[in-house]
Design a protein around this ligand. Structure first.
Ligand SMILES: Cc1cc2nc3c(=O)[nH]c(=O)nc-3n(C[C@H](O)[C@H](O)[C@H](O)COP(=O)(O)O)c2cc1C
Length: 495
């Protein structure tokens, strides 16, 4: 199966929804927490301090600093503000509570796992670890010098993350389309990590182009975990010492079985194979042609500001279940700020030339007529594509989800899949979705910084969106929807 066959076969339409009505086997729901049993589990100090920088400053590229500390304190702060549990919700009918995390996830199913390799951290043995969000601890899966070697040379980074996907967690609910959501989730997790690292004074670089067989082997990953991104952290705020690491000794650990039965979705296996790099990881990695450039008739104003601290924002970030319709608007300067941080460059080997274009459905923005606009980020301009009330259209295109019409703005993220594949081969299919998730994550954090809320929307009628926006496949295809506005309070939520 090629990427385009997979993409085509997982498009939503009225017909496809009729063919596969939703049904969930609750008894076989995958456990959202992976544990590696039988290995030492190391404590990460509780209640790490909030980074001393505002969320908007971080989104705009400014770094914070970490309080002088040791390896455990550093790792605790990094993970508490990127991947930890941050709230819970109560199911009204049963009274049961379930956990929500700093990073969002389609269906709250959390396919992404965080593994990391450390070397030379103060008071923290060099080795290979898996983050256990359920107790904010680290499972020590090996000690010594685990060199992951993502960019083809020996890495000297003191901390390197390997983010993996367990596709079955998503497939349980979303079936064949789930691979797309795993990739989005990966993009969100990557940005959650990158922003938290920056808030405590580190630079990150993400590698999407690496041999996953080698990474799987180095990390001793079980069959159901697929490595997707390697993220290196560097910076003076990382507390290092001169310790010489010994050769790696792997303990592995026994991965828990996450459900009674795993159902194999052949389309997911096939798209994963099609986008795998089995050969030399350097192959098929040329910079894509630059994105199209044009202009619009509306100049976005200077951006609004917000001083709310990064830690407070990312730990209180939540997806809105629905938005308050009514008359309350957002300002054009807030919209301008959110679009500006969504368009900043990413530090990675696959997102240098942007592969996503944003289309905006403006419902209630002060000083902006309702309509559909294409965003031209280089010139901070909007080009009007359609005029008039878009609320019914935005909700209808998002599989009839009211939240896309009740929000102040909704977005279609259009992926330049052909340009991606020309540059990176079929692997480019992943990169378009990573980028969409990463943009979505920046929008979540920016919206929260302005006292708004956001929701990622993975469900939409693909071809209807193309028709509505007048797009041919060569111009791009919709890969993600998004909505931002004033959240309807959720009484099931507690911090
Ligand atoms: C890739 C992605 C797709 C999503 N799609 C939808 C959607 O179609 N409809 C919806 O209401 N929420 C959607 N969500 C929001 C999730 O349901 C939400 O992130 C999850 O329940 C966890 O809640 P939290 O974001 O508050 O942590 C999506 C989230 C992500 C990351």
């Amino acid at each position: 199966m090629t990427w385009s066959e997979y993409h085509e076969s997982t498009k939503h339409s009225l017909e496809s929804l009729r063919r596969t009505p939703p049904s969930l086997d609750w008894a076989n729901m995958p456990d959202p927490f992976r544990h590696y049993e039988g290995v030492p589990v190391l404590d990460l100090p509780a209640d790490p301090p909030s980074p001393d920088v505002s969320a908007l400053a971080v989104l705009n590229g400014f770094s914070g600093s970490a309080p002088a500390g040791d390896g455990p304190a550093f790792l605790s702060q990094l993970l508490f503000y990127s991947a930890a549990i941050s709230a819970s919700k109560r199911v009204p009918s049963t009274g049961q509570r379930y956990a929500l995390r700093v990073n969002p996830s389609s269906g709250n199913l959390h396919p992404t796992e965080f593994h990391f390799v450390t070397r030379g951290l103060k008071k923290w043995p060099a080795g290979l670890y898996h983050y256990r969000p359920s107790s904010h601890m680290a499972e020590q899966r090996g000690v010594g010098d685990f060199n992951l070697n993502p960019g083809g040379s020996d890495s000297s980074a003191p901390v390197t993350f390997v983010l993996t996907s367990i596709a079955w967690r998503e497939a349980w609910k979303y079936r064949d389309r789930a691979y797309r959501y795993c990739l989005h989730d990966m993009g969100h997790a990557w940005q959650a990590l990158a922003l938290a690292a920056q808030a405590i004074g580190c630079d990150t670089f993400a590698f999407g182009h690496f041999s996953e067989n080698e990474a799987s082997q180095s990390c001793g990953l079980p069959q159901d975990e697929w490595p997707m991104l390697i993220v290196e952290l560097r910076g003076r705020s990382i507390p290092v010492c001169d310790e010489q690491a010994c050769p790696p000794v792997s303990y592995g650990g026994h991965a828990n079985q996450i459900s009674t039965e795993t159902i194999v979705y052949p389309a997911i296996e096939e798209i994963h194979m099609a986008t795998k790099l089995n050969r030399n990881a350097q192959e098929c990695n040329s910079a894509p042609e630059p994105p199209p450039k044009s202009s619009g008739e509306i100049k976005l104003p200077l951006t609004a500001s917000s001083q709310t601290p990064f830690g407070e924002i990312v730990r209180r970030r939540r997806s809105a279940l629905d938005f308050q319709g009514g008359t309350r608007s957002i300002s054009l300067t807030q919209l301008s700020a959110m679009l500006s941080v969504a368009s900043r460059p990413f530090s990675s080997d696959f997102a240098a030339a942007r592969l996503i274009q944003l289309y905006l459905y403006a419902h209630r923005v002060e000083g902006l007529q309702p309509g559909v606009y294409r965003v031209w980020p280089d010139r901070s301009e909007l080009e009007q594509i359609r005029s008039g009330d878009q609320r019914v259209a935005a909700a209808g295109l998002s599989l009839g989800q009211d939240l896309a019409g009740n929000a102040c703005v909704a977005l279609s993220m259009i992926g330049d899949l052909y340009r991606a594949v020309r540059a990176y081969g079929d692997r480019g299919y992943r990169y378009v979705h990573f980028e969409a998730g990463a943009i979505g994550h920046r929008l979540y954090v920016a919206a929260e910084a302005f006292g708004l809320a956001a929701t990622g929307i993975g469900a939409f009628y693909d071809e209807e969106v193309h028709r509505y926006l007048n797009l041919t496949p060569k111009q791009g295809q919709v890969v993600y929807h998004f909505a931002i506005g004033y959240a309807v309070p959720d009484s099931r939520l507690s911090a």
